[in-house]
Design a protein around this ligand. Structure first.
Ligand code: UD1
Length: 430
C-alpha cells in the first residue's frame, strides 16, 4: 500500500495548477444519466472517486470515453470526458459499488426522473459520523415518489405520469440532497421550489450545466431554487469549475511552510471566508491574472478561531487543514465543527507530530507549538489526510503518512504539485 513521505522544513515557491472540483465533477457526471444525448465535461480531475463513479455509471448503461490522452492545459492535465447513456440498462445501484463512495447514492435522482424507478443501496463513504439520507427520501417523496427501504436498499418509484413538481423546504442544508432534488425536478411535471437549498458553488455549477442541457432552473446560489420541469434534456458541453477545497488546501500549505506561490486556474470568490481566515493567520493573498498569489515571508502564524458552516461559511472540508496550520500558531485558537459530528479524527494523528489539541464537544482548542516533529501517522479520511501533509511540511524530519488511498480520492497528483514548489514529498510504494 502506498505511503507519502514528507521531509519538512522547505518553503514553497512556484506555481500550483488547481484541478477541476471533485465535488462538482461527481454530480455533473451523474447528471449525464438524465439524457440519452452526450454530455461532455471538460476539466475533469483524475481521481479515484471519479474512476469509481465511471464504473457506477457504466453499470447503468453509460458509454464513457476519455479524450484519448489527457489534455495539457498549462501545467495541469485536465481531462475531457464524454458520457452517453443512450439507454438505461439497470436502475439498480448495488451495494458493492455504492458502499465505496457516498455520492454514488445520488444516481437515485436521475434514475427516478428518467426511468420512473430506482433501487439504490444505502451509501458508505468517509467515516465522518452518521450521514443519513432522510432529506433525500423526504424530498423525493414530496415530488410524488413512493419510497421503501428494504434490505439495505432504497426502492423508489415515481407516479405513473412521472414526478410532480412541488414545494419542499429542506429542514437542514444538504449539498447532496440539493443536487439530487434539483436533478430529479428537471424532468418533473410542473414547477418545483426548493427552500433552504445549499448555496455551494458546486450546486451553481450543476444548475449551469443542467440549464445548458435544456433545464429551466433559476435562483441557484441563493437558498431558494426554482425548477420548471421540461419533457427531456439534451446533451451539452460544460467545464467543471475549479476545486475550492484544493485551492484552500494549498493556500494553507503555503501559509504553513512559508514561501510565495501562485495557485493557477482558480478564483478567490469560491472561498472568500477561508482565504480571510488564512489572511488573518498572517499570509498575504492577492488575485492575479492567472489565479491567486499567496505569500508568507518571515512573519509567524497567528491564532484564528473558525466555525464551519454551509457556504458561504468556512467549509468543513477545510477544517482539518486549518487545524494543521493552527498547530504552529503563536497562541490559542478554537475550531468548531458544525456540519459533521466525529470529524476530528485527525486530532490524534496531529498530536503524534507534537500538536497540542484538546476536544470539548464540537470544538477543538489548539495551542500553537513552536516546533512539530516528524512521525509515522495514519490518514483517516480524505480531508484529514491532507492536514497531516500540511503539518508534515513544517515538521522537523520525516513524516510518513500511511493509508494514502484516502488522499487519492480527492487530490490529483498532490506529491508532484508540492514537489515542483520545492517541498520534499514523495510517494513510497511498498
Ligand atoms: C458534500 C461534499 C462533502 C462536504 C459536504 C458538506 C460532495 C461529493 N461531498 O457532502 O465533501 O463535506 O457536502 O459541505 O460534494 N444530512 C442529513 N440527512 C440527509 C443528508 C445530509 O442529516 O439526508 C446531514 C449530514 O449528515 C451532514 C449535513 O447534513 O451533517 C450536511 O451534509 P451534506 O451537505 O448532505 O453532505 P454531502 O452532500 O454528503
Amino acid at each position: 500500500m502506498d505511503r507519502i513521505r514528507i521531509v519538512g522544513g522547505n518553503e514553497l515557491h512556484g506555481v500550483i495548477p488547481i484541478s477541476g472540483a471533485k465535488n462538482a465533477a461527481l454530480p455533473l457526471m451523474i447528471a449525464s444519466l438524465l439524457t440519452d444525448d452526450t454530455l461532455t465535461l471538460e476539466n475533469v480531475p483524475h481521481l479515484a472517486d471519479v474512476e469509481q463513479l465511471i464504473r457506477i455509471l457504466g453499470n447503468h448503461g453509460a458509454d464513457i470515453s476519455v479524450n484519448g490522452r489527457r489534455e495539457r492545459q498549462g501545467e495541469s492535465y485536465a481531462r475531457t470526458v464524454h458520457f452517453t447513456s443512450r439507454n438505461i440498462v439497470s436502475t439498480t445501484a448495488p451495494y458493492e459499488l455504492v458502499s465505496k463512495m457516498r455520492a454514488s447514492f445520488w444516481v437515485i435522482g436521475p434514475l427516478l426522473a428518467r426511468e420512473g424507478k430506482a433501487r439504490v443501496s444505502l451509501p458508505g463513504g468517509c467515516a465522518i459520523g452518521t450521514r443519513p439520507v432522510d432529506l433525500f427520501i423526504e424530498g423525493l417523496a414530496a415530488l410524488g415518489a413512493n419510497i421503501e427501504i428494504d434490505g439495505g436498499y432504497v426502492n423508489a418509484t415515481a407516479p405513473a405520469g412521472g414526478l410532480i413538481g412541488a414545494r419542499y423546504v429542506f429542514p437542514k442544508v444538504s449539498v447532496g440532497a440539493t443536487h439530487v432534488l434539483m436533478m430529479a425536478a428537471t424532468l418533473a411535471n410542473g414547477t418545483t421550489v426548493l427552500g433552504n437549498a445549499a448555496r455551494e458553488p458546486e450546486v451553481v455549477d450543476l444548475a449551469k450545466c443542467l440549464n445548458a442541457m435544456g433545464a429551466k432552473i433559476s435562483g441557484q446560489g441563493t437558498s431558494t431554487v426554482t425548477i420548471e420541469g421540461v419533457r427531456s434534456l439534451s446533451g451539452a458541453r460544460h467545464r467543471v469549475l475549479p476545486d475550492r477545497i484544493e485551492t484552500g488546501t494549498y493556500a494553507m500549505a503555503v501559509a504553513m511552510a512559508g514561501g510565495d506561490v501562485i495557485l493557477e486556474d482558480t478564483e478567490t470568490s469560491l472561498l472568500d471566508t477561508a482565504l480571510e481566515a488564512i489572511r488573518r493567520a498572517g499570509a498575504e493573498i492577492s488575485e492575479t491574472n492567472s489565479g491567486i498569489r499567496i505569500v508568507r515571508n518571515g512573519a509567524g502564524i497567528k491564532p484564528v478561531d473558525i466555525v464551519t458552516d454551509p457556504f458561504p461559511g468556512f467549509p468543513t472540508d477545510l477544517q482539518a487543514q486549518f487545524m494543521g496550520l493552527m498547530t504552529r500558531s503563536s497562541g490559542v485558537s478554537h475550531i468548531t465543527e458544525t456540519i459533521f459530528e466525529n470529524r476530528f479524527m485527525h486530532v490524534q494523528e496531529l498530536a503524534r507530530l507534537g500538536a497540542k489539541i484538546s476536544l470539548s464537544g464540537q470544538t477543538a482548542k489548539v495551542e500553537g507549538v513552536s516546533r512539530l516533529k516528524g512521525a509515522p501517522v495514519m490518514a483517516t479520511d480524505l480531508r484529514a489526510s491532507v492536514s497531516l501533509v500540511i503539518a508534515g511540511l513544517a515538521a522537523e524530519g520525516e513524516t510518513m503518512v500511511s493509508r494514502v488511498y484516502h488522499l487519492d480520492r480527492g487530490f490529483e497528483r498532490l506529491e508532484e504539485k508540492l514537489t515542483r514548489c520545492g517541498a520534499h514529498v514523495e510517494r513510497v510504494s511498498d
